[in-house]
Design a protein around this ligand. Structure first.
Ligand code: PLP
Length: 390
């Protein structure tokens, strides 16, 4: 049994999430207030204790660890010669957009979606195109007619798919992925499938890797993989890109090498190997713990803030709070919750226009912190006046 209840003070560790005023509780950026698996800590300690921190290679054991994890957990056999190391998923996405497009091409996303994609696109001379999903008041689904139309624009060359989806927590099933892939193929659009959250499905649920689709679809995809969300290793900066198509592989590989994001730091390789080879038991317990946190939030909102609800979600530790019965734009509400409630949640507008009536809450924390976050949320929302909720 691993102890996820342990409260760990992160102040003084240069944490981005905790770089907040005293007394504020941050439940925003996607890392966990939970210690990673002891097996990973032991592997990192061994490497640190060595005391020599020179340049590194990507050894066979790194490839083996990805291949065996995806085989065991996701029932797909990855090809060694299609896998490459990258320092992160965002470095990968940015490099792909930068190196594989010409200025002012469109990169399409299903919105609301992870905010940093917008930067990866705009900062590399392309246009972020938002294909809003359908929200029925409880859950999100894809508007395929709209997607077809938007992909048909000859300026659209890439689609970034978040599989599973941050922030809504959708796990895309095989049929949905095939429909997306078929439309992309029809319109000559390459899919970047960001699968960084794939191991954080609710207990008993599984995601479908894009590369498990028929060859004509997997051939037009670039997949981003990482142990960093799953095992709380984001600051170590370790990820992988997987490209089956040989020509595309070469272009991506050249791109990340010339962008200098293809070489591991001293902890990147041992962290990934330990995570995938030794982290399974920890992960299964973590998933149950996060699931209980999710149920706690759902219950609390139902009993204490009935105007707010959690959009139906089956993956990630990020909850998408539907505030549309309180306000159509949560920018002021998020500010108020932060200022008056001392709770830092992210306003939905960061994730695209259609996110503006929502808040995102990170529940990867000890249960006591989640309780405290909910108490703060309840107090702040109940004290919000018309100026905040307009
Ligand atoms: C969907 C998604 N992709 C990528 C990232 C960041 O990945 P990395 O830290 O490897 O750049 C995040 C972090 O929250 C994320 O949610």
């Amino acid at each position: 049994m691993y102890d996820f209840d342990k409260l760990i003070n992160r102040s003084g560790t240069y944490s981005l999430k905790w770089d907040v005023p005293d007394g504020e509780l941050p439940m925003w950026v996607a890392d966990m207030d939970l210690q990673t698996a002891p097996e990973i800590i032991a592997a990192l300690r061994r490497r640190i204790d060595h005391g020599i921190y020179g340049y590194n290679i990507v050894p066979d054991e790194w490839y083996d660890s990805y291949i065996s994890w995806w085989q065991k957990r996701h029932h797909v056999t990855l090809r060694r010669d299609s896998l490459m190391f990258c320092t992160g998923v965002i470095p990968a996405v940015s490099s792909i957009v930068r190196k594989l497009t010409t200025p002012n091409e469109n990169v399409l996303m299903l919105t609301p979606v992870y905010n940093t994609f917008f930067n990866s696109i705009a900062n590399n001379g392309c246009r972020a195109v938002q294909c809003d999903m359908i929200y029925d008041g409880n859950k999100y689904s894809i508007d395929f007619a709209r997607l077809d139309k938007m992909l048909a624009d000859p300026q659209t060359s890439f689609m970034i798919l978040c599989n599973p989806h941050n922030p809504t927590g959708n796990i895309w099933d095989k049929e949905t992925l095939e429909k997306i892939g078929t439309l992309c193929k029809k319109h000559d659009v390459i899919i970047i499938s960001d699968e960084i959250h794939c191991d954080l499905c609710d207990p008993g649920l599984e995601y479908t890797p894009f590369v498990s689709l028929p060859e004509e679809l997997s051939d037009i995809s670039i997949t981003c993989l990482a142990p960093t969300k799953t095992f709380n290793l984001a600051g170590i900066q370790t990820a992988a890109i997987y490209v089956l198509n040989k020509t595309l592989y070469h272009k991506v590989w050249r791109g990340i090498n010339t962008d200098e994001v293809a070489e591991p730091n001293v902890l990147a390789v041992p962290a990934a190997i330990a995570a995938f080879n030794e982290g399974e038991k920890w992960l299964d317990e973590l998933r149950s713990y996060i699931y209980e946190n999710k149920r706690l939030v759902i219950r609390y909102l139902g009993e204490n803030i009935p105007e707010m609800s959690v959009a139906e979600s089956h993956a990630t530790y990020l909850l998408w709070l539907d505030c549309t019965r309180l306000t159509q734009n949560t920018d002021k509400l998020a500010d108020h919750i932060r200022k008056e409630g001392k709770l830092f949640l992210t306003a939905g507008s960061h994730y695209g226009k259609s996110g503006s009536g929502f808040l995102r809450m990170n529940i990867a924390a000890p249960r006591e912190s989640v309780h405290e976050g909910l108490r703060r949320l309840g107090r702040a929302v109940n004290a919000a006046g018309e100026d905040v909720l307009c």
